[in-house]
Write a protein that binds this ligand. Structure first.
Ligand code: GSH
Length: 222
């Protein structure tokens, strides 16, 4: 049975979609609507109601970093991450943790303000403060990417997929070309990658039953 990815468009679950496209084996992509993430059927897969979640037969896994590591470890030929136990993997793990608990989390007050302050009058303050934190993170990544085409090793890895998914969000608040030109260049280059193009088309609902790696695009039914 092919693996199943549960995703919502515009989210970090694009990371796994890109990795599955790079792996090139059949998979199923199940689109979950925001309201459905509260349903018991979805919470049984993802207790916090978050995407991505993946099912591999009887195994169900959520959390980006766990999924990225599992996809990489079970598909060594795809070279999504350096082999476990190497110095290169330690640095890849460092970046994965940073992207998850640093970069990604900095956006939360912008996307889920009510979880940080029940008083709606405080939400604009939260948003402005969070935008400053996000800008700091974009500046950090921008400096890292200044001389690089990829995050690590001079070659495409899962980190590039992860940042392609989460690095796009702040374009609505910042002019990347002007403020974070290396990030802008990186994301535009990634958009030329065939796997990224396909994953984004699937996410946007533009590909429904294509040939190639995608086995099926389904809607979630609890
Ligand atoms: N730590 C989790 C975070 C996942 C996460 O925040 N996913 C977002 C989409 S990018 C989500 O599903 N948010 C819905 C919510 O939290 O209600 C992971 O890395 O998988």
């Amino acid at each position: 049975m092919e693996p199943t990815l549960y995703f919502r468009p515009g989210t970090c679950a694009l990371s796994e979609m890109i990795l599955l496209e790079w792996i090139g084996e059949p998979y199923r992509a199940v689109r979950v609507e925001k309201a459905q993430t509260a349903l018991p059927g979805f919470r049984a897969l993802s207790p916090h109601g978050t995407v991505p979640v993946m099912r591999f037969g009887d195994l169900v896994v959520y959390e980006n970093n766990a999924l990225i590591a599992h996809l990489a470890d079970t598909h060594p030929n795809a070279k999504l991450l350096p082999p476990a136990g190497t110095p290169e993997r330690a640095i890849a793990n460092q970046w994965m943790s940073y992207l998850d608990s640093g970069f990604h989390v900095a956006h939360y007050p912008l996307f889920k303000a009510s979880k940080f302050a029940e008083d709606e009058a405080l939400h604009p303050v939260l948003a402005e403060t969070a935008k400053k934190r996000v800008a700091e993170h974009l500046g950090f990544v921008n400096t890292h990417l200044e001389e690089l085409d990829f995050f690590l090793l001079g070659q495409r890895t899962a980190l590039d997929a992860y940042f392609t998914a989460i690095g796009r969000w702040a374009r609505r608040w910042f002019d990347y070309a002007d403020q974070f030109p290396a990030v802008d260049r990186f994301l535009l280059a990634m958009d030329e990658d065939e796997g990224v193009r396909r994953a984004k088309a699937i996410e946007a609902g533009e590909i429904e039953a294509p040939s190639g790696a995608l086995q099926a695009l389904l809607a979630f039914e609890a």
